[in-house]
Design a protein around this ligand. Sequence first.
Ligand SMILES: *Cc1c(COP(=O)(O)O)cnc(C)c1O
Length: 362
Amino acid sequence: MTQVFNFSAGPAVLPKEVLQQAASEMLDWHGSGMSVMEMSHRGPEFISIYKQAEADLRELLAVPANYRILFMQGGGLGQNAIIPLNLLGRVRQPATVDFIHTGSWSGKSIKEAARYAQVNVAASSEAAGFTTVPPPDTWKLSADAAYLHVCTNETIDGVEYNFVPQAPAGVPVVADMSSHILSRVIDVSQYGVIFAGAQKNIGPAGLTLVIVREDLLDYALPTCPSAFHWKNVAEHDSMFNTPPTYAIYIAGLVFAHLKAQGGVAAMEARNIEKARLLYAALDADDFYSNRVDVSCRSRMNIPFYLRDESLNEQFLAGAKARGLLQLKGHKSVGGMRASIYNAMPVEGVQALVDYLNEFAGR
Ligand SMILES: *Cc1c(COP(=O)(O)O)cnc(C)c1O
């Protein structure tokens, strides 16, 4: 097999060692004679897989004891509805939800929440083409919001928070960390709810991670579906209904792999270096451009444009010939995008940088 580097935004690259281990255990997990896919989610084998995955994630993110980790389904977009259904009961109706609009994903979250609540867009960078995070002193937050929703890494626009968003006293902050969870050290205690689809920086699609502070578990509206009711999910250790067992198993292998690599702080150091390398190549002259404010540039998702966009197809074909895959930008913004998640080795970024320099004739 030829060496390739996969820059897909998601589903995305996974650590080779994890895929190799999963392959070796595919037909017979630890002498059980069964594939993980074939096991009852209530049997001792899968329960041990689940408990280890949860414990490793708790350790990696230093999740405090008063937070529950839920392994759910429905994806990031599913949570856009599940969150209001679980939190609006915290305040008098009609409830208000505050949003910071920083790009495509927070935009989708706003649209969905508006079906359930009054939405207050407390700040927006839309006029700036979603190239920045509005400074917190400009946010017009509501004192009585059910929660404040932020997307701390905009996967399509390449914008990442470089500060911890704060809400008025008592208002929980809900953060969509789908595309940068586990890429940098975070202080979980600053958030009420953290959620992430697994397919960017964790594992296979189909698993959605939710980390929720215990005191927020019981504010669901009566119409909240039982399978999406956080309290119900927490009380059943994510097994009210059948969880995505194989995806949880792979996520567990990724967590163990991250621990072996030195944990989240070690990943963050590597991610800083990878992003530095790539942005330096994009900034070297005006052949390429990244339009995001330097202080808000994402370390994970790096959109860029060729000065001469008529060369786009030639650029992508040359990249593919070198094994540099899935660099085409999201259809809504065009151009190119390199996603360099935890599992992208520095060699992959270096190979892309070499190609960027060669294509620009440097
Ligand atoms: C990918 C992504 C989502 C959507 O996830 P789905 O699993 O497709 O619903 C939501 N938010 C962010 C920031 C994402 O990157």
